[in-house]
Design a protein around this ligand. Structure first.
Ligand code: GDP
Ligand code: IMO
Ligand code: MG
Length: 422
C-alpha cells in the first residue's frame, strides 16, 4: 500500500507541480485536498508548459485517475476552462476525473468580496480568486456545494438566500451595486450539465481504491507557512495545506497514510504580504527572481525572494511529519559566489527555540545566517548525485542537517529530465 501526501514546505510555489508529475508515474490516483484556483502548479514537458490550478497534476499521465476532494473550493468557471484546456491538449477527463459531491462552490460574490476587501486598507495580498470568502461561508454553514447542483429547486433557493445577505452587505457596507440573482441562478444551473459526469462519492472511491491495493498521491497546494492554523496568520490562505489537511479534505483516514513527502525550494519565496525574515531586498534578491523566473503562476506577480531558511523548514518538517524531501530549483543558486542559510532567529538578544507564528515576534526576529561557498558551475545537465560539484553536495548536506530531513529527489531544472533521484 502506498498512500503518500506531498506538501509544500514553505510559502508555496516550491515546485509541487513538477514533482507530482515526476512521481505520478508510480501512482494510480492523484488527489487534491484543499485550496482552489489560487494554486498554480507548473509542469514542463519538453518545451511545452502546462499550468494547472484545480485539476491534479497527475492528469498529464494518461493512466492516472485524478480526484478533487471535499476540502477543495471549486470555481466552476475555472474548472470548465481547465477541463477544456486539458481536452484541447489531447488528453481525456472522462473516467479520469472525480469531483467530490461535498466540495464547496466559489460563487461570483466570493470573488467580488475578495477583491473589494483587497482594495481596502487591510490587505493580505490574496490571489483574488474568492478563496477566503468561500471558506467563510463553508464554516458559517451557508455554503453551496457540488451536490447542490443536482437539485435545481434547492440550488435556486440557496442562491437566493445567500444573495439576499450578500447584496445587503455589498450595498450597505461597501456601497457597491447588487449582483443579479437570476443571472447567477441561470449560470450555476447550466454548470450542472457539465459537471454531472464527474460528481463522485470521494471517500468511498478512495477507500475502495486503497482496499484494492491501489496507490494514491495527495497533491498539496500552497505551503505549510500559508496554513490557516500553522502558518504566518493572518497572512495565510484559508485552508490547511499541511499534511493533516489531506485526511479531512478527502475522507481517507490517517491510518491509511504511508508516507509524507516535503517539497522544499533551495531558497525561499513568498507572494503576497506578510513576514519573511530571510527576504532579500537587494541585488541578490533580484538575481534569485531573475534566475529562478519567480513570477506567480496564477497572478503573474513578482515573487519576493530570500535565502533558504532552515529554521522555518525544520518547523514545517515537524508539523507535516515530513520524512523525505524533493529539493527543487537548486540550479537557481549556481551563479552565487557565496550562499547564505538561515540557521535560527534571534529575538531580544536570545536565540528562539521554536519557530514563532505570531506576527510580533516574527517581525522582530533577526535571522542568523551561516555563509557557504557557492559552486559557480552549471548543474542543469547533471543526472547523478555523484556528479554534482563538491560545494553543491556540501550545501545539500548542510541544509538537510539543519532542517532535519533526508533528500531523495533533487531538481536542477523545470523539465522532467532535470531530476536526480538518490
Ligand atoms: P508549485 O506551485 O509548487 O507547483 O510551483 P510553481 O509551478 O508555481 O512554481 C515553480 C516554478 O519553478 C515553475 O515555473 C516550474 O516550472 C519551475 N521549476 C520547478 N522545478 C525547477 C527547478 O528545479 N529548476 C528551475 N530552474 N525551475 C524549476
Ligand atoms: P501554489 O499551490 C504561493 C498566497 C497569496 C496570499 C495568501 C492568501 O501554487 O503553491 P488566497 O488567494 O489563498 O486567499 O491568498 O496566499 N497564495 C499562494 N502563494 N503559492 C500558492 O499556491 C498560493 N495560493 C495562495 O499570494 O499571500
Ligand atoms: Mg504555484
Amino acid at each position: 500500500m502506498n498512500v503518500s501526501i506531498l506538501v509544500g514546505s514553505q510559502w508555496g510555489d516550491e515546485g509541487k507541480g513538477k514533482i507530482v508529475d515526476i512521481l505520478s508515474d508510480r501512482y494510480d490516483i492523484v488527489a487534491r485536498y484543499q485550496g482552489g484556483a489560487n494554486a498554480g502548479h507548473t509542469i514542463q514537458i519538453g518545451d511545452k508548459q502546462y499550468i494547472l490550478h484545480l485539476v491534479p497534476s497527475g492528469i498529464l499521465r494518461e493512466n492516472v485517475q485524478c480526484v478533487i476532494g471535499n476540502g477543495v473550493v471549486i470555481d466552476p468557471h475555472a474548472l470548465m476552462e481547465e477541463i477544456e484546456f486539458i481536452h484541447s491538449n489531447g488528453m481525456d477527463t472522462k473516467g479520469r476525473l472525480f469531483i467530490s459531491q461535498n466540495a464547496h462552490l466559489i460563487m461570483p460574490y466570493h470573488k467580488l468580496l475578495d477583491n473589494i476587501q483587497e482594495s481596502g486598507e487591510k490587505k493580505i495580498g490574496t490571489t483574488g480568486r474568492g478563496i477566503g470568502p468561500c471558506y467563510i461561508d463553508k464554516y458559517a454553514r451557508k455554503g453551496i456545494r457540488i451536490v447542490d447542483l443536482l437539485n435545481r429547486k434547492s440550488l435556486e433557493e440557496k442562491i437566493r438566500v445567500n444573495l439576499e445577505e450578500k447584496n445587503n452587505i455589498l450595498r450597505k457596507v461597501y456601497n457597491h451595486e447588487e449582483l443579479d440573482v437570476e443571472k447567477i441562478i441561470k449560470e450555476y444551473t447550466e454548470f450542472d450539465e457539465k459537471i454531472d459526469q464527474y460528481i463522485t462519492d470521494v471517500p468511498t472511491f478512495l477507500n475502495n481504491a486503497i482496499h484494492e491495493g491501489k496507490s494514491i498521491l495527495f497533491e498539496g497546494a500552497q505551503g505549510a507557512l500559508l496554513d490557516v492554523d500553522h502558518g504566518t496568520y493572518p497572512y495565510v490562505t484559508s485552508s490547511n495545506p499541511t499534511s493533516g489537511g489531506a485526511c479531512i479534505g478527502t475522507g481517507v483516514p490517517p491510518t491509511k497514510i504511508t508516507s509524507i513527502i516535503g517539497i522544499v525550494k533551495a531558497y525561499t519565496t513568498r507572494v503576497g504580504l506578510g513576514p519573511f525574515p530571510t527576504e532579500l531586498l537587494d541585488e541578490d534578491g533580484e538575481n534569485l527572481r531573475d534566475w529562478g523566473a519567480e513570477y506567480g503562476a496564477t497572478t503573474g506577480r513578482p515573487r519576493r525572494c530570500g535565502w533558504y531558511d532552515a529554521f522555518l523548514v525544520n518547523y514545517s518538517r515537524l508539523i507535516n511529519g515530513i520524512e523525505r524531501v524533493a529539493l527543487t530549483k537548486l540550479d537557481v543558486l549556481s551563479k552565487f559566489k557565496e550562499i547564505k542559510v538561515c540557521v535560527g532567529y534571534e529575538h531580544n538578544g536570545k536565540m528562539l527555540k521554536y519557530f514563532p507564528t505570531d506576527l510580533i515576534r516574527l517581525n522582530e526576529a533577526k535571522p542568523i545566517f551561516e555563509i557557504l561557498p557557492g559552486w559557480q558551475k552549471d548543474i542543469t545537465g547533471v543526472q547523478n548525485y555523484d556528479d554534482l560539484p563538491s560545494e553543491t553536495k556540501n550545501y545539500l548536506g548542510f541544509i538537510s542537517e539543519k532542517s532535519g530531513f533526508e533528500i531523495s529527489i533533487i531538481s536542477v531544472g523545470p523539465k522532467r529530465s532535470q531530476t536526480i533521484e538518490i
